[in-house]
Ligand binder design. Structure first.
Ligand code: NAI
Length: 335
């Protein structure tokens, strides 16, 4: 199958080319994101492969359909960047990679807690400057803290597993109880009640209308003073402007994020010689108790290999059988 792979970096090309030896798809790699302006590059390709910040909106999908594209394969678990209704109307199937390595994200989440909680990132910079002063590097121990995991799917449960050796009080919230998570944490049925109890809150929910701006001006006052919030899920779970107010007042004591609600114009590119015009994002970077990474929690060797394998298998399955276990939306007709 001819596949136009958008928003590719060197590591994507490497893993896809290596794994594709077994599948034999005809892959064309494009550095730009898929947008209404770049969709023309996919003309004549039966499938496009996209990532989290591609603009797979109605305008883009209209152009894809006109160019003969029948499948959108996102190489991510989340698919909130894709207008599913438009895809359905235009007869395009959507497949995804539901789980490529939950541990990649869960271990990174624990890493964020340790890094910011113990000031390791600041210590690294100081020592490289021959500054061995410890003032300002005081941290806290995870042992004895109450940690709330919001979302106990694949990643949230892996976080609970990874955190279980620290001697923390682990609490959880989800619409559905996960038997493995139930053995590791105590579920609290009311999210507000859970939030009230937590020293540390880590979010592992998909972005949906229900979870959009879960942390907002309305909910921040309900949190414990000095709470530590971690978001490695999707940026818009946080209302960033409200979070900044929470940081300024001290209500939020620590913030570690790997995702940002309008990250599309920032992340996955080198802007070190550019003027960043997003004042909200720039304000975040001024806080000593904020740690931001650029959507890298997934980036491990195993995850990249699994992403390539599942994406290429999805395309093979759809072509050969007309079915695929990782369908988000099925429209594809073989023959
Ligand atoms: P999952 O689908 O396995 O788990 C999500 C859980 O959230 C489910 O248990 C579901 O019941 C629960 N949930 C959904 N809506 C809810 C609501 N309104 N209230 C309470 N619970 C709700 O998803 P997974 O794989 O654990 O991913 C979690 C998040 O991590 C997703 O947003 C995904 O996009 C993000 N992610 C981030 C990556 C990164 O590199 N930073 C990489 C991979 C995923």
């Amino acid at each position: 199958m001819k596949v136009a792979v958008f928003a590719t970096k060197g590591y994507d090309r490497e893993s896809f080319v290596q794994v594709n030896g077994r599948f034999g798809h005809e892959l064309s790699f494009y550095e730009p994101k898929l947008t209404p302006a770049t969709a023309v590059l996919a003309a004549g390709y039966e499938a496009v492969c996209v990532f989290v910040n591609d603009q797979v909106n109605r305008e883009t999908i209209t152009q894809l359909a006109a160019g003969g594209t029948r499948i959108i394969a996102t190489r991510s678990a989340g698919y909130n960047q894709i207008d599913l209704q438009a895809a359905e109307e235009m007869g395009i199937s959507v497949v995804r990679v539901p789980a490529y390595s939950p541990n990649a994200i869960s271990e990174f989440t624990v890493g964020l807690i340790l890094t910011l909680g113990r000031q390791i990132h600041r210590a690294y910079n100081r020592v490289r400057d021959n500054n061995f002063e410890l003032d300002g590097l005081q941290g806290f121990e995870i042992h004895g803290k109450t940690i709330g995991v919001f979302g106990t799917g694949r990643i949230g449960t892996a976080v609970l597993r990874n955190l279980s050796g620290f001697g923390a009080n682990l609490l959880a919230y989800d619409l559905y109880r996960n038997p493995e998570a139930e053995k590791l944490a105590r579920y609290i049925g009311d999210p507000v009640e859970l939030a009230r109890q937590c020293d540390i809150i880590t979010l592992h929910l998909p972005l949906t209308p229900q979870t959009h701006h879960l942390i907002s001006a309305r909910t921040i006052p309900l949190l414990k003073d000095g709470v530590f919030i971690i978001n490695t899920s999707r940026g818009a779970l946080l209302d960033t402007a409200a979070v900044i107010e929470g940081l300024k007042s001290g209500k939020i004591g620590y913030l570690a994020i790997d995702v940002y609600e309008v990250e599309g114009d920032l992340f996955f590119q080198d802007l070190s010689n550019e003027v960043v015009t997003d004042d909200v994002f720039s304000r975040l970077l001024t806080f000593p108790n904020v740690l931001v990474t650029g959507h890298q929690a997934f980036l491990t060797d195993r995850a990249l290999r699994n992403i390539a394998e599942t994406t290429l298998q999805n395309l093979t399955d759809l072509t050969e059988t007309g079915h695929c276990e990782n369908l988000v939306l099925f429209q594809y007709v073989t023959g």
